[in-house]
Design a protein around this ligand. Structure first.
Ligand SMILES: C[S@@+](CC[C@H](N)C(=O)[O-])C[C@H]1O[C@@H](n2cnc3c(N)ncnc32)[C@H](O)[C@@H]1O
Length: 260
């Protein structure tokens, strides 16, 4: 029945879900990016794709501002957008003294920023939750300057990989031994599952599904990168349960360009 609800209701549910998680989001593994090997691995992945020069970057769905911190550390001028005021409040507090940063309360699927105004659009963990991906990609294309870059980090959160299924069983054993982690994504899992069931990529965001949509929007020079170096860095500092969590899902780094 939920599938028949219009997008506005779905979007309100998504916003409400994230707003409720805003205060504890940074406590959940995989969201906060600690200084050290993990921060360096994320920064390297971005630098490799956006280049060493400072760029005008639109960060979509900035959440608590973790990717924002990376982008600023690389010298970029950042507009960090989210549609949850609660998430933005956490990010604003975190980056109160930051230079070259503007926050924007807006819908990532329709940000209403001017044509050809950004060198790059970056987002992590947003594309899987888009309600109208084809329209969103067309908007993102419109806002990029010719030659501009779209870079996103995402994954297929609908089903664990075969290795992930084993890791998931081991995590369940650890949960029984030491108690569940109230902040991990499984928290609020009924609401999460309810939203997933109504999303276009709710049954899995894969490269094969997303590439044709990007191509239709006009993007070219697609490259698919591996998340392995980031996961490896995470395992260097994570506890056992979180090390296992790095194995759960198929993640990817997608980069493409608007033709010059
Ligand atoms: C999984 S969190 C990721 C946050 C951040 N990108 C990160 O990686 O730490 C998802 C974020 O996307 C935001 N979001 C989801 N759909 C959105 C939309 N249509 N417009 C703006 N923000 C959106 C939520 O408010 C939430 O902050």
């Amino acid at each position: 029945m939920h599938g028949t609800l219009p997008n506005t209701d779905l979007k309100e549910d998504i916003r409400d879900y994230w707003s409720r998680r805003s205060e504890t989001f940074d406590l959940a593994f995989g969201h906060r990016i600690p200084q050290g090997p993990e921060f360096d691995a994320w920064a390297a992945a971005i630098r490799e794709r956006l280049g060493p020069e400072p760029r005008r970057v639109l960060e979509l769905a900035c959440g608590t501002g973790e990717v924002t911190r990376l982008l600023l550390s690389l010298g970029h001028e950042v507009t960090a957008l989210d549609f949850s005021e609660a998430m933005l409040a956490v990010a604003r507090k975190k980056h109160a003294d930051a230079k070259g940063l503007r926050f924007l309360l807006a819908d990532a699927e329709n940000p209403m920023e001017p044509d050809e105004s950004y060198d790059a659009i970056v987002c992590r963990h947003l594309v899987w939750t888009l309600t109208t991906p084809a329209q969103a990609f067309a908007e993102w294309y419109r806002m990029l300057k010719p030659g501009g870059t779209l870079l996103f980090f995402d994954g297929d959160w609908a089903a664990p990989t075969p290795l992930g299924r084993l890791a998931s069983r081991a995590i369940a054993v650890l949960d029984r031994l030491v108690g569940t982690d109230p902040h991990y994504d499984g928290a609020m899992s009924d609401r999460h599952a309810n939203i997933m069931a109504r999303l276009p990529f709710g049954d899995g965001l894969t490269v094969d599904r997303v590439l044709p949509l990007l191509e239709t929007a006009g993007f070219r020079d697609m490259t698919i990168g591996s998340h392995a170096s980031i996961a490896k860095a995470q395992r260097r500092t994570a506890d056992l349960r979180n090390r296992l969590r790095t194995l759960l899902y198929r993640r990817f780094i997608l980069c493409c360009r608007k033709p010059a």
